[in-house]
Design a protein around this ligand. Structure first.
Ligand code: PEP
Ligand code: MG
Length: 756
């Protein structure tokens, strides 16, 4: 059974487009279960109907025509109940509804199973047989398992078909993702793909067919040569049989082989790399459906060969091009490093299939003021290149090939956004305070790309978080004490007179150093933050010494420790801090007169630390709440896992309760609480935090002006009341809606959505 299931899902995943996938399913299910009919109905939510989309056994002319209301027939009942229904004689079932044009008179036995993706019924798969019998349990479990496996493939293929121009009228082409960086962008999609992976090549057309053919020819010749070389090198080292593999490769590539097929597709007007991908996917499909495991394995050889030709093609012909103005960059996994490489002059937005609102690329996008959507799983990467897009970074919606009315609406919103930002900038010099004059400190989370001049212009009260791992990530080995000291000194110098919180190295989780890889099954529950640096005092001490040396002559350093969850960790860290401090003092000798012991704090990001705040506070001067991690550890959700993204929300009542407890506890302790997670950058989150009692917020530079404006429009009393009022709401969405309503009432909606 497992083998049959595997072969059906594999065939489906390789079929091109939704209709082909559905046809493959019904055909393969009939074969695997030896039944006379298999059909698939898909849900059309616009009309609340199920539409017959593929069939074996029923009238093929009914495909696309036969429709049943969500409450009609046994099909409707399967959808309503969200569970399988089987009967030995469908006609006798009370919910049966006769459809003349379906030609289902000969069939008696019926089994229908819902196809559900993320709690939504996508459709119903049905098997039928003439013989009036109950389907066996394992036939039912086969269909249930298949439906569960197919659901995600189908949900993506449904969206993929939105990219066919002729389908444009049937659907609104909106893809939902995770709002990662505020703002709106209108531009053309440019897919950035990792080199040498044939499946990531986008659909791209060309006018220069001869040029593409020439590139293809050269790549094929270069691959031939490479294979010859490999074969020569292997001669005598492997058996003749194994050597013949290279000959087989050569033959596949030969004049009537793969090369010729790709040439034909190029002549249809495609880029050579796109044509190669199309041909290869067709062949892989055929190979992977083969019964014989040996032949099936050959699919890997074909894939390998294609990647070799591709590598040659990309090497000789597709040096990264200059990005055109008004580009929205789309990538499978947009990383912080990719962000750093972009020419921000021309890139107006960023879309990443993977990642979330607190992944590092998102944090950088915010810092750089580039609107971004992450976690756009539904975006078929190969089909989006060159399409016009509207990116709404406020609500995480991407509109593909939008109609002119929508473009005009968004152009208007873009203009309103621009005016609002201009208006907000006029308040740069004003201090942040509530309507009744309560001063609030707004600080900046500094990282790659933060322009110190601009940061100072915003009127920020200092650097609330400097993530030291970012410069570590840009290097090829651990930076020396001197190199680090230089970086930290520049920072302390740039913000002279204002506090600068430097956080010690916080690697692990999703923050990896190429030269110090940490491989774990559950990286966020593993070796990260202070746990790593305490296990490597040689790395920790070098960093601490560099920080202290950099601070000579300044009095603005604050030192923060990431991911502390026990008192032992804090005590051991303090011991090493003291050791490094003494060493630097001794080394500097007479020059150490201006070396001061900094304020020391922890980033509060585990519930364990929250519950031990009283004890931890005895030995520290401040705490900074890292809501990004505190949310994930409170809600038990990986902050980058898209399946549970709805749980990762700073308005979850449990999170709010946790934060209220921290604010309340800190009032009785001598530590000042600050917030440095992304919640502080959300104007709705920020006003709530002030209402809870936090008086210092640190955020990306791009959000500072908006947060300042939001705070300035409320009195402290109003915000305290707001924090009280939200206790009556029981869900994250109810809390957010309430905050949104309040903000809209004050005419501040433009701070959290497109337009003014
Ligand atoms: C946090 O966890 O909230 C935080 C500020 O740290 P990071 O996002 O770097 O994990
Ligand atoms: Mg953190």
């Amino acid at each position: 059974m497992l083998e049959q299931l595997r072969s059906v899902t594999q065939a489906v995943s390789l079929a091109d487009g939704q209709q082909q996938k559905l046809d493959v399913i019904v055909q393969q299910v009939c074969q695997a279960l030896k039944v006379e009919s298999c059909s698939i109905y898909l849900a059309d939510y616009q009309f609340h109907q199920y539409v017959l989309m593929a069939t074996r056994g029923l009238n093929p002319d009914g495909v696309g025509q036969i429709r049943l209301g969500f409450n009609e027939g046994i099909v409707g009942l399967v959808g309503q109940r969200e569970e399988p229904i089987r009967t030995s004689c469908a006609k006798e079932h009370p919910a049966f509804r006769y459809i003349e044009e379906a030609n289902e008179d000969p069939f008696n036995a019926f089994l229908g199973v819902p196809i559900i993706h993320q709690r939504k019924v996508l459709g119903i798969i049905i098997i039928q047989q003439c013989e009036a019998r109950d389907f066996e349990r394992d036939e039912e479990t086969f269909l249930i398992t298949l439906a569960a496996q197919l659901s995600s493939i189908l949900s993506l293929s449904e969206l993929s078909d939105l990219f066919d121009e002729h389908n444009g009228e049937r659907f609104s082409r909106t893809l939902p993702g995770v709002a990662a960086s505020d703002g709106v962008a209108i531009g053309t999609a440019r897919v950035i793909f990792p080199l040498e992976n044939i499946h990531s090549i986008p659909d791209r057309k060309t006018d220069d067919i001869d040029g593409e053919l020439e590139k293809l020819g050269k790549a094929v010749i270069a691959t031939h040569r490479q294979l010859e070389k490999m074969s020569r090198r292997m001669k005598g080292k492997v058996s003749e049989q194994e050597l013949s593999l290279f000959n087989a490769y050569q033959q596949i590539l030969g004049s009537k082989g793969l090369g010729a097929e790709v040439e034909m597709v190029v002549r249809e007007g495609y880029w050579a790399a796109t044509a190669l991908r199309k041909v290869i996917q067709k062949h892989l499909n055929e190979f992977k459906q083969m019964e014989d495991p040996y032949l099936r394995e050959r699919a890997n050889d074909i894939e390998d060969l294609a990647n070799r030709v591709l590598a040659q093609l990309l090497k000789t012909s597709y040096k990264p091009k200059v990005i055109e103005p008004n580009t929205i960059v789309v990538a499978e996994n947009f990383t912080a490093a990719m962000m750093a490489e972009l020419s921000l002059k021309d890139v107006v937005g960023v879309v990443s299939i993977k990642g979330s609102s607190t992944s590092h690329a998102a944090i950088l996008a915010k810092a750089l003021g580039v609107p971004a959507i992450m976690g756009l799983e539904a975006c078929p990467l190969t089909r989006v290149d060159g399409k016009q897009l509207i990116l709404d970074g406020y609500n995480g919606q991407l509109y593909v090939s939008p109609n002119q009315t929508l473009v005009s609406q968004y152009q208007q919103l873009l203009e309103e956004d621009r005016q609002l930002l201009e208006d907000i900038r006029k308040e740069d010099n004003l201090p942040c305070q509530t309507k009744d004059g309560q001063r609030i400190a707004l600080m900046i989370n500094s990282s790659l790309g933060t322009d110190s001049n601009r940061a100072r212009q915003t009127g920020a009260d200092g650097i609330g978080l400097y993530r030291t791992e970012i410069p570590f990530m840009q290097l090829e080995q651990f930076p020396s004490e001197d190199v680090q000291a230089c970086i930290y000194r520049d920072l302390l110098q740039d913000f002279r007179g204002l506090p600068v919180t430097i956080r010690t190295l916080d690697i692990g989780g999703d923050k990896q150093l190429d030269y110090f890889p940490i491989e774990e099954e559950n990286p966020f529950l593993g070796w990260r933050g202070i746990r790593v640096t305490l296990d490597h005092p040689e790395i920790f001490l070098v960093q601490l010494r560099a920080i202290f040396k950099a601070s000579v002559g300044f009095d603005n350093l604050k030192l923060a420790l990431p991911m502390v969850s026990t008192n032992e960790e804090l005590k051991e860290s303090l011991r090493l801090i003291q050791q490094a401090f003494e060493e630097v003092k001794e080394e500097l000798g007479d020059d150490c007169s201006s070396l001061q012991k900094p304020l020391i704090g922890i980033i509060l990001e585990t519930p364990a630390a929250v519950f031990q705040l009283r004890t931890l506070a005895k030995n520290i001067d401040f705490i900074s709440v890292g809501t990004n991690d505190l949310i994930q550890y409170t809600m038990a959700v990986d902050r980058n896992n898209l399946r549970v993204k709805n749980l990762y929300n700073h308005f979850q009542p449990a999170v709010i309760q946790m934060l209220k407890q921290v604010a309340c506890e800190c009032q009785n302790l001598a530590v000042k609480p600050q917030i440095c997670g992304e919640m502080a950058a959300d104007p709705l989150g920020a006003i709530l935090l002030i209402g809870m009692g936090f008086k210092e917020l640190s955020m990306n530079i791009g959000s500072l002006g908006k947060v300042k404006r939001a705070i300035s429009r409320f009195s402290l009393e109003e915000l305290n009341q707001l924090a009280e009022d939200i206790s009556q709401f029981e869900t994250a969405s109810a809390i957010r809606s309430h905050l949104l309503k309040i903000v809209e009432q004050r005419g501040l909606g433009g701070l959290v959505r497109a337009g003014n």
